[in-house]
Design a protein around this ligand. Structure first.
Ligand code: ADP
Length: 234
């Protein structure tokens, strides 16, 4: 966490961040300035190819900036070794994807418990915490179901349970409602709001206009640049 001169805490700070690929370079992101305070719920919106995934990968420490600095949870991502970066990611960040990315043939509880494998939590505690996380997302009655025995909305709730089982302060979601019908999508959105209300900072990429409209802050990007930012809600 970094603190500015008025003492606000930033879980994310992108300072003049650029990311380019290849040669001649494709500038996926250019000169991005973005701070996200602890406890915010932010939508990143923009057309396909505008740089949303590149930004989420940088915030998720899956990538390092080509220029500028990315501070995540107070750590300068460009200066951390791969091992320190992996540790930061495992302990401090949860990920949710459009395609759920659950292990098929593996029960809900084991899918969620696997979210703790890289955090050093002992096996029996992993199972206990997985049950608690599934109960929290309303799936305490589906512990032994495999992904193919669950609806799309239930699968995404398992994926969310896996992302938050280690209680990371930061949750990143890439089109979390993209594969869901509107009723299941609404359940998932309600769950994200609940997690945010209990203190998790959430950054979500979305094309879902309804979801974006409900969020306290929207950051729009186009051609790799932030073109509007509704700002932190008062
Ligand atoms: P979005 O998520 O908004 O669709 P991306 O962040 O995926 O946008 O991509 C932004 C731009 O960077 C696009 O022009 C894309 O083609 C380019 N890009 C993304 N990843 C790579 C890569 N690994 N190699 C080359 N170009 C890339």
């Amino acid at each position: 966490m970094t603190r500015d001169h008025v003492g606000a805490t930033h879980i994310v700070r992108l300072d003049g961040v650029g990311r380019s690929y290849g040669s001649p370079p494709v500038h996926a992101l250019s000169e991005v300035e973005l701070t996200i305070d602890d406890g915010e719920f932010v939508a990143i919106v923009g057309p396909s190819g505008s740089g949303k995934s590149t930004m989420l990968n940088l915030i998720g420490t899956l990538d390092r900036p080509s220029t500028g600095s990315a501070f995540i949870d107070g750590e300068d991502v460009g200066r951390l070794s791969d091992a320190r970066l992996s540790a930061l990611r495992a302990h401090r960040i949860g990920f949710v994807f459009q395609q759920f990315h659950l292990a098929e043939g593996t029960s809900a509880v084991d899918n969620v418990a696997d979210g703790l494998v890289y955090t050093g939590v002992p096996r029996t505690d992993r199972r206990r915490r997985a049950i608690a996380a599934l109960t929290r997302v309303g799936l305490g009655h589906r512990l032994d179901h495999k992904p193919n025995q669950l609806s799309g909305g239930e699968r995404q709730r398992v994926a969310i349970a896996r992302a938050v089982v280690g209680e990371p302060p930061l949750l990143l979601a890439d089109e979390p409602t993209g594969n869901l019908d509107s009723a299941s999508g609404a359940t998932v959105v309600a769950l994200l709001h609940e997690l945010n209300a209990s203190g998790t900072t959430i950054v979500v990429i979305t094309h879902d206009v309804e979801l974006a409209a409900q969020l306290p802050r929207r950051v729009a990007i186009r051609d790799g640049r932030v073109v509007s930012d509704s700002g932190r809600a008062a």
